[in-house]
Design a protein around this ligand. Sequence first.
Ligand SMILES: [Zn+2]
Length: 420
Amino acid sequence: MLKYLWLVAFVLVAAACSTDNAADTTAAAPPVTPIPTTTVAPATTAESTTSTPTTTSTTTTTIPVPVGVPAEPSPPPASPGPLIEDGFSGVGAVTVAVGGAALYDDLEADPFVVAREGLVFAAHGMDGEWIEVFTSCDAPAWVHSSEVLAQPPAAAADIGEGFSFADATIVIDPGHGGPWNTGAVSPSGLVEKTINLDIARRVVDLLGEPHNVDWETGQLFVGSDIPAANWALTTRVGDEETGDYEAGLIFRSDLANAVNAHAMVAIHNNAGWEISLDQAGSDVYYQSQIPDSRRFARIMVEEMALSFAAFEADWVGAVQTGAKSRLSAREGNAQYYGILRRSEMPTVIAEGAYIANQSEADLLATAEFRQAYAEAIYRALVRFLTTDDTGLAPDSDPEIWAGTAGRGDARPDCVIPAQP
Ligand SMILES: [Zn+2]
């Protein structure tokens, strides 16, 4: 009976990460300490199961990437005018231009909202000057092509050894968002949706600049060995305040599919641990239907272990940590998590730390730890996309997972942020 009660409690806590409705509070930004300056070590030689991305530059630099705060969201595209990139034929993504964009259910009627500038939606087709989009509320709508920047999907490419990071299109998905989907909450009130967005913005900042990487220590430096990625999108757009809106799980995958992303990372922080650990209990979920996803997850767990080894906490985790996968009997043994089930490219769900554990929440409240989390994702993306590295982290085969995940579809009262 006790065991049963424990199990119920565990399921309830575990559910918090996907469906918790607790109050929204935000952590005060802690003071930022600069990282010590270090010299980049020469590139290490490849091993049988791991390799560092090939670099041609011999430049060393001593300027570490600053921790700081994430950059402000990119300014929205200028308007008005035809804002259609070459190669756009209806499919891809649209970004709402300056002044907002009217969205229509029915072109004969009034718009149902003027969407806020900077928001991103998936694009599915064109009819004359009108683009059919799929919105963050998991619904189709029409928008005029003069009020959005329309961008075509990435060209298909083989990832792995020989792939240039400069060609990479990557979708970063900050988990949860909006008033009803906070994700897990720490005892002190730190809210997962806010932390996830901050980490996602840091990843996008890293992807937007070239870097040198010390693969031994994981430290990132200003440099040119790893080029900026071609295109990095987030499924929620904005800062801590403006980026706090509902985004349905169908939309999140649909956006990544529409831009033909080479990889997608859903950023989360966990609840519902089982045991104490002497290191971070990072879990990364992979898609069993896309073989490369497991390799991606293994590399990411490895990079998280490297990043988080510099921090001390009363770590907790699952009995089986590492790269893992869950299948749902109710979904015909398809992927348990909707974002892994629906996304057509290698996608992982990163559960870097346990926000429900106050000791780890205290770390997540610091810019240094969130930056370390973002740098782990960045390094994992570089290794996954530009090498055939199999990763060294522990992993396990997919398991049938009882219970029901929240569907994650947008609620009927979902609201698209409006232009002020
Ligand atoms: Zn979560």
